[in-house]
Design a protein around this ligand. Sequence first.
Ligand SMILES: *Cc1c(COP(=O)(O)O)cnc(C)c1O
Length: 392
Amino acid sequence: MYLDYAATTPTDPRVLEVMLPYFTKSYGNASSMNSFGREAKEALEESRKRIADSMNAEAEELVFTGSATEANNLVLKGHAFREGRSRCHIAVSTIDHDCVLNSVKWLEEQGFRVTYLPVDSYGLLRVDSFRKALEEDITLVSVVYGNNEIGTVQQVEEIAKMCHEHGAFFHTDAVQSFGKFPIDVESMGIDSMTVNAHKMYGPKGVGALYISGNLKIAPLIHGGSHEFGMRAGTENISSIVGFAKAVELREKEMETEGKRLCRLRDRLIEAALEIDDAYLNGHPTMRLPNNVNLRFSHLEGEAVVLDLDAEGIAASSGSACSSTSLEPSHVLLAIGLRPEEARGSLRFSLGKQNSEEDIEFSARRLVDVVERLRRISPLTPKSTDRSPQLKH
Ligand SMILES: *Cc1c(COP(=O)(O)O)cnc(C)c1O
């Protein structure tokens, strides 16, 4: 049973079907003048239009990349290189994805100014410190739309508005939100936005950066004039076509599927919180429809994940990108958890193939696994010295 949809999703068979001809039949290079090339170019531009339309952007404002990681690198470093060290000042939330945080950390090492924006215990951007930071001459702000670990969804429109009042551009990593919420970049005031296909039942290895015409950046990859000169290299037509199909399907299914997932999510949360010393990480209501992030005192989240896996349930501790490192998650530390609390956390992320029965089954197994581990865990205190803790 797969409960790790925030790490990646299976490719929808309907997506795979539209991709296949671009490997063996319509394999032209979109830059070629011949009929093969024109066919590829047409597929490319149709896909671009379809994805741009879905977020109310212009087709010329969408640059295809090899991943969301690359799209975030492109806007952050592209902005820095274009503005230069004297003007550029980037502010990022402390719960942004590693690909954002490590990009700006690298920029900082190159002498660029970076400000880190704290969040509250739910993972919401702290408006007071944000307002204060904006009084400095910040040029670009990046705040993740829906957090991949704890699921907290930001008030994006408010944040964008505050940025614009202070003359800063607003970028958001919407990988977990695209296809789950309707997003209108125009009305929401989003200047640039990162998305990808593999978190929404499309293929891996393709992403896109929406970038408003007002926000000028330097390219990172030089070569031919592909992607409006913003990203050289022969376009991955089959994946781009698959991405567009995935977007089309999400548009149709987002509303009913979103409601269904919220019900399953809330059921799993409810069942899990009946366990002693169990807590929900992230915001109780302002959260992604498919995210459940839990914390259990006196346990290692990883041990729970491994035991669940042995029972056929695939959950995750931390984000997929950092779960192999021993460091506690930067997101859980940013919301104020102690390292041992962060290590006691795990994430279930739900998706299309999970039924109500799956969730009931997972909840029961989770109860058993936590009980069993606590019985044998050296971290479990004797019942007399267990100190009272606040639940939230
Ligand atoms: C998965 C993820 C990424 C990275 O996406 P890739 O396309 O795998 O590089 C970036 N940001 C968020 C919020 C994610 O969930």
